[in-house]
Design a protein around this ligand. Structure first.
Ligand SMILES: [Zn+2]
Ligand SMILES: [Zn+2]
Ligand SMILES: [Zn+2]
Length: 955
């Protein structure tokens, strides 16, 4: 007989290098380095070679500042999409991009130059652009560092840059494509104009803020014979009264619009003057301007006033009365979308008069009706917002400074009826926050409805058609995009700046003809592809045009370059060709664009136009939108409120993994809350998931799945139940991933880890894993289940917990590939296991009852550990028969030493002290402890285990 074994050493304690403490702050950078060294991204791509493609096209963040929590959420969600599709077996490359041109960098560089006492106008444009380029590169490097730190795999060494030579070349070429298709025209049009930045602004570049403007009621003396309106007005002193909140546009007044179908009244003031205003507004008007009483002399339709003439209130100039359907009586419009196109419809308010001051150079509606009536598109305001020389009294004056002076002039010459401060939502420049104006300038436009060739559908119609083809997540995106396209005016794509892609157009010095020719543009684009668009500024015209090029109109060989650059939204919008079609591993259209809701105005919008110009097709099959990150109370995060959660801080303190898990746990389709408290709950959830992985790995020590696995039929039923539950949860998780519902996947995984595994399965099999002989069928059965659980959990968690799942994977026996990210999702079988699941649901319901009774007994100090207990169950006859089928297992399921089942009326649980002695090895109680000579302190079950262990030791 051999020496008795040391009992403690015969317990199969868990063992793994996957530690309980995550130490993410240190371990994440180490793992990133490892991934970098092994070329993980490339290895994933190689593993998927030849598979179906899945393309998420990255919307380029602006390369200007450090990343914030919103950009982190955006990039993490994109990584979820790419990684889940990759694990589904798609070839899913990720090419990140950066938006490099544009005002923020230009403004910053100007400021830095100013600090050194320099002015950008003193530098050659090419030099200024080089400084901008360097700045963008620098900011980009720091963003790349931050994004990669989040565990996002992709082509970080070779991101696409809107300022790269290939990209700038593609952007120029795409402008040529727009020209070729007849979508481009140059015209004098009122556009949003920032007098501070001295540039035109796109609709997406203005934001509405409260602003107080001077509100004035101004008389325009009627010069046409008033008798033609009504007999009663014969010989009277008649005025048409307008209302405006932009007195500075009065010098540009060329007309007054009235609605042809509205009623207008001629009312007599106590001083004998007669005023024409809309009948519906006459009472409110009289009150506002302080007419104690008034008499209505006549009432007539606005159509009566058509083409009559009034005199400008102080200039020797006529003002034409016109009929316009755009005139309203309904109060200043509230909806910003509406204001976009007609904020200059100044009298469309209750405080108005129904007679609309019209300055065709300063308003969209004014422009349209002015065109219709043949008025000049007159704009006597320069780039810097100063009146030009032909404005009497105010030449050279800043328009906003001139406002009170104009009011004073009107008061002095008796043309002012009333003035007051008027607070309203007014468009401001989103860069410099100053109020913007509407100003007519020569600009390049992309037409929404017409084509210069007169052929084919307009862009708007094509876009509305494409919007129907795209899938929208969430679904409201479709309406939002449709409304954007329904209401948007022609797209002004020219900007009077330097840092961008120049509009590759020449003008003939002989006859001023614009040379806007796709073939010439291709020639210029070839030069850009070699030298960047800086060539436009570095080279003379003769070197940019094909050799010997002559003006097709006058034959001149002397040209000048266009000085405007393209809107940055045109830049980023062209990525659908500049990136998707220039990289071998990508294709047009992309499967998914995923961005914040602001991109309906921005990138989603401009990309759609660009895709249509290039291919008559939307550049995306699906649009996914995420909300904003707000604080714990749902308030906007801002530095001044001190409620900002900085991603860098979270990463340093808790790890990028925590940010990722947070991003998976929230409903990203709405505004997303983030605070220290929320993050601490995420940390807690992380710990639970990590412990789950650790339990499985710890109990797989020395287990080789190839040789030690137990066949399905030989497994214990509860282990088969665990595998069936695993299959169920896998299906749920994969379904969530499929639908881009990461929250559903997260909840399924979290519940599986905490409820199914930790609170049930792991508790029950612990005894078997620790106590049974290492190679016994019972233990191997549990290990077989644990192996599949560990393997599957690593795969399912890997898109979210990129670091942890990979660390766990390294500790998984028999893994087939080096990193979990190279592996694929498990294939879920669809066998019907409902009867197995329902049997176990029944067992767990009874178990819950038993655990409750055990808890009570523990609280009453009747027992200490549950192993000190014997459970006596009473149940109806059917339940009794059901329970007896599981009789051998019941003590392990309840984690007690003994169980008795008796038939009775209904379910009853009684707890008694267990019979016999406590086994020194397994702590279960047994009446047979002491029976065995060699191991007098152990139970009969341990004796079996020990003799097996001895046998193995001897062999
Ligand atoms: Zn501005
Ligand atoms: Zn010419
Ligand atoms: Zn024992």
């Amino acid at each position: 007989m051999t020496e008795p074994l040391d009992l403690k050493k015969t317990i199969n304690l868990p063992k793994t290098d996957f530690s309980q403490k995550a130490n993410l702050g240190q371990n994440e950078p180490a793992r990133l380095k490892k991934w970098d060294e092994m070329g993980l991204y490339q290895r994933v791509i190689e593993a998927r070679k030849g598979r179906e493609k899945f393309i998420l096209h990255d919307g380029p963040p602006y390369a200007n500042a450090d990343i914030h929590i919103g950009t982190a959420l955006n990039k993490i969600l994109k990584d979820f999409v790419v990684k889940t599709r990759s694990m589904m077996g798609y070839d899913a490359p990720y090419v990140p991009g950066y938006d490099c041109h544009g005002l923020p960098i230009e403004t910053l560089v100007e400021k830095k130059l100013a600090e050194k006492g320099k002015n950008k106008n003193d530098l050659p444009v090419a030099t200024f652009r080089r400084i901008c380029r360097e700045h963008a590169e620098h900011a980009m490097d720091s963003q790349t560092r931050d994004f990669s730190r989040l565990g996002i795999l992709g082509e970080w060494q070779t991101p696409y840059l809107t300022m790269s030579p290939e990209y700038e070349s593609s952007t120029a070429r795409l402008f040529g494509k727009f020209l070729e298709r007849g979508f481009v025209y140059k015209g004098l049009r009122p556009v949003y104009w920032c007098i501070h930045d001295q540039t035109a602004l796109a609709e997406a570049e203005v934001e509405y803020r409260e602003h107080t403007s001077p509100s004035v009621y101004v008389k325009f003396p009627l010069t046409s014979d008033p008798k033609s309106i009504d007999e009663s007005l014969d010989g009277r002193n008649v005025f048409v009264v307008i209302w405006t909140t932009t007195p500075w546009t009065l010098p540009a007044n060329l007309g007054i619009a009235v609605h042809p179908d509205f009623d207008y009244s001629a009312i007599e003031a106590p001083n004998g003057e007669v005023y024409i205003v809309a009948s519906e507004l006459s009472k409110a008007f009289a009150e506002t301007v302080g007419l104690a009483e008034f008499m209505e002399l006549a009432r007539f339709k606005g159509s009566k006033l058509d083409r009559l003439e009034a005199k400008h209130p102080w200039l020797d100039r006529k003002s034409l009365l016109m009929n316009g359907e755009h005139v309203t009586l309904g109060g200043e419009a509230d909806a910003e979308v509406e204001l976009d196109v007609r904020f200059e419809n100044k009298t469309a308010a209750k405080s108005g008069t129904g007679c609309v001051h019209t300055a065709p150079g300063h308003g969209a509606d004014d422009f349209h009706i002015g065109k219709q009536y043949g008025l000049e598109i007159y704009c006597p305001v320069d780039n810097a917002g100063r009146f030009t020389g032909d404005v009497e009294h105010f030449a050279g004056e800043n328009i906003f400074d001139a406002n009170p002076k104009i009011v004073a002039l009107l008061r002095d010459n008796g043309m002012l009826l009333h003035s007051e401060g008027y607070s309203h939502r007014y468009p401001h420049c989103w860069r410099c926050k100053n109020p913007v104006i509407f100003r007519a300038t020569p600009q390049w436009f992309i037409s929404m409805d017409e084509t210069t060739t007169g052929e084919g559908q307009g862009l708007r119609a094509k876009a509305l058609e494409q919007i129907k083809q795209v899938k929208w997540h969430p679904a409201w995106g479709e309406d939002r995009m449709r409304n954007m396209f329904k209401g948007r005016p022609d797209w002004c794509v020219s900007r009077q700046r330097f840092w961008g892609v120049p509009i590759p157009v020449f003008y003939c010095q002989g006859c001023d003809e614009a040379i806007a020719d796709p073939k010439i543009i291709d020639h210029v684009a070839d030069i850009f592809a070699k030298e960047t668009a800086d060539a436009w500024y570095a080279r003379p015209e003769s070197e940019l045009l094909p050799e010997g090029f002559k003006c097709p109109k006058c034959g001149s060989e002397d040209f000048r370059k266009e000085t405007d650059i393209l809107d940055v939204w045109f830049d980023s919008g062209s990525s659908c060709v500049a990136v998707l079609e220039t990289r071998d591993n990508l294709r047009f259209p992309a499967d998914v664009y995923l961005e914040g809701g602001d991109q309906y105005r921005g990138w989603f919008n401009s990309s759609l136009s660009c895709g249509i110009a290039a291919h008559d097709e939307a550049p995306y099959r699906r649009i996914i939108t995420h909300g904003w990150v707000v604080d714990g109370e749902g308030k906007k995060q801002s530095k001044s409120l001190g409620n900002v959660t900085a991603p860098q801080e979270i990463i340093n303190k808790s790890g990028a993994e925590i940010l990722r898990l947070w991003a998976a746990a929230v409903d990203y389709t709405e505004d997303v809350r983030c605070s220290d408290e929320i993050l601490s709950r995420v940390v807690d959830a992380y710990r639970k998931m990590r412990n789950t992985l650790r339990y499985t790995l710890g109990n797989l020590d020395q287990f080789d799945p190839k040789t030690d696995s137990v066949s399905h039929d030989e497994m214990l039923e509860i282990d088969r139940w665990a595998l069936v539950s695993l299959t169920e949860v896998s299906a749920k998780v994969l379904n969530g991933y499929e639908r881009y519902d990461f929250q559903a996947a997260y909840h399924a995984l979290y519940n599986f880890c905490t409820v199914t595994l930790s609170a049930r399965y792991f508790d029950i099999i612990k005894d078997r894993l620790y106590i049974m002989a290492p190679k016994s069928r019972e233990r191997r059965s549990a290990q077989t289940a644990l192996y599949h659980i560990a393997d599957t959990l690593c795969r399912l968690l890997s898109p979210v917990l990129v670091f942890t799942s990979d660390e766990a994977w390294e500790n998984l026996p028999g893994r087939e590939v080096q990193s979990v990210h190279i592996a694929e999702f498990p294939k879920t079988e669809t066998a019907d296991n409902s009867s197995l699941l329902s049997r176990w649901e029944r067992i767990f319901a009874i178990r819950d009852e038993v655990l409750r009774s055990l808890e009570e007994a523990r609280n009453a100090k009747q027992i200490g550990s549950s192993l000190e207990a014997k459970v006596i169950l009473t149940a109806d006859s059917e339940t009794t028969r059901f329970l007896l089928d599981y009789f051998d297992q019941l003590r392990y399921i309840f984690i007690v030493s003994q169980v008795e089942v008796h038939e009775g009326d209904k379910l009853g649980v009684e707890i008694q002290k267990a019979d016999g002695q406590k086994c020194e090895r397994c702590w279960n109680y047994s009446v047979r402890v002491g029976e065995f000579e060699k191991y007098p302190t152990v139970c009969e079950r341990c004796i079996v285990a020990l003799s097996e262990i001895e046998k193995v030791a001897a062999a």
